[in-house]
Ligand binder design. Structure first.
Ligand SMILES: [Zn+2]
Length: 427
């Protein structure tokens, strides 16, 4: 028996935000409430004093890159799951742009079984929409689902052909799979380095205009409406106009969903000044106007959830010329610290932040989790909102360190991550 005493319990599934005790038995939450753990003692009882800490459902990440198979020098399933646990995540969804692409039952099964072997956070992969993510021929989605895929995506590239995308939505609907789209009209972004705007002009870098995202979001919303009943999800939304399109679609009753990354919520293209390759990411971090629109949409629910797009790269891919650098930010272990200032500044409430990291993504992908209800799987995280720490190679468990927060002091630390009643991580 595990008894967590006196934490600020944040459970968005119940709109609960109060000081309470949480009791865990046999991997499940069995009691919750003020003084629920008061008289519990004995040899089999582990009591954790959590005064001053937040207790929230385990975080669920619908978008990570674990690089296995094929590029294990950047990250592998073991190091990725270790980073997930250290970041407070109890379920993670690796994208299929591995080498080879996860477009077959064999690779999906390998990833799932490797995840189980390693243990820790649950690994629930996305498989590809098209073979080799080449945008032409659809994958065998029935097989992929059967092997454990929770959705399909060609992340890294966009499904450019509207006829292929239409068939993908129809086919995925048959198997009730989530379709996550990387929205980028590649004709508008050839060789692009960063957000197209005054900063890209000043730096002499090629621009990635926000309209390249907007066009695909608009097209896909129309396709989703035409198909009817498909589960369409916008990955890493970055543009204020895409946000407007999603908000309008939801207002008309279309069941679409969207995710936003911590870096798009906290950084702008000004961070690229100095040619900082650690701020090169796809889609690019955009203007302050976009950032504010993303926060407003997260607040009003137009954007459902936060996903890290954890994209580890080695120094080989980052310590080079800006145009040569691979896009991507390593995010799993810095998510809470990166986002806590939004709560401190009053941009969003603590309960909404936790919801966007746990209850909402679990709902979008229909993953068991995101709640502290009695009887639920004991997947939760203890957070210290006051703790200051320095992001460094020594404090991270991922294999790669490509985060703009490297060497920075941040506030907000994950103190303990528990999944199925087992302590995965503690500090
Ligand atoms: Zn992507």
């Amino acid at each position: 028996m595990l008894v967590i005493r006196g934490a600020r319990v944040l459970d968005p599934s119940k709109q609960l935000d109060q000081i309470a005790d949480v009791v865990v038995e046999a991997g499940r939450i069995t009691r919750i409430g003020r003084d629920a753990g008061e008289k519990l003692a004995g040899e089999q009882v582990r009591i954790i004093d959590a005064a001053g800490l937040w207790l929230a459902p385990g975080f669920v990440d619908l978008h990570v890159h674990f690089r296995e198979p094929g590029q294990e020098y950047k990250e592998d399933i073991a190091s990725g799951l270790a980073a997930a646990a250290a970041g407070g995540f109890t379920a993670v969804c690796p994208m299929p742009n591995t080498r080879p692409v996860n477009d077959t039952r064999a690779i999906t099964e390998m990833m799932v079984s490797r995840g189980k072997e390693v243990g820790g956070a649950r690994l629930l992969p996305f498989a590809a929409i098209t073979k080799g993510s080449a945008g032409k021929e659809l994958t065998e989605m029935a097989d992929l689902k059967d092997a454990g895929a929770i959705g399909v995506s060609d992340d890294g590239v966009c499904v450019m052909n509207a006829a292929v995308m239409r068939r993908a939505l129809e086919y995925a609907k048959t198997f009730d799979l989530l379709v996550s789209q990387h929205c980028e009209d590649h004709h508008l972004t050839a060789k692009a380095d960063m957000h197209e705007g005054s900063v890209s002009t000043r730096l002499g870098l090629r621009g990635w205009p926000r309209v390249a995202e907007d066009i695909i979001v608009a097209r896909d919303l129309l396709l989703t409406e035409a198909v009817g009943g498909a589960r369409y999800h916008v990955a890493h939304i970055s543009s204020m106009n895409s946000v407007r399109l999603i908000r309008e679609a939801k207002a008309r009753g279309l069941a679409v969903t969207a995710e936003v990354t911590p870096h798009h919520l906290t950084l702008t293209d000004e961070a690229v000044i100095g040619y900082n390759t650690y701020c090169k990411v796809n889609p690019p971090i955009r203007s302050e106007e976009d950032r504010e629109a993303l926060i407003a949409a997260l607040k009003d629910g137009s954007i459902d959830c936060i996903a890290t797009d954890h994209a580890p790269h080695s120094v080989l891919e980052k310590d080079c010329e800006f145009s040569e650098a691979s896009p991507g930010i390593n995010g799993l272990e810095t998510t809470f610290a990166a986002l806590l200032p939004l709560v401190t500044k009053g941009d969003i409430s603590a309960l909404r932040l936790i919801e966007a990291l746990s209850t909402a993504p679990a709902k979008v992908a229909r993953i068991d989790g995101g709640t502290l209800a009695v009887g639920a799987r004991a997947d939760f995280v203890l957070l210290d909102p006051e703790k200051r720490w320095t992001v460094s190679r020594e404090t991270l468990r991922t294999k790669s360190h490509n985060t703009p927060l490297l060497h920075q002091e941040v506030t907000g630390q994950v103190r303990m991550t528990v999944a199925g009643g087992e302590i995965l991580w503690q500090r």
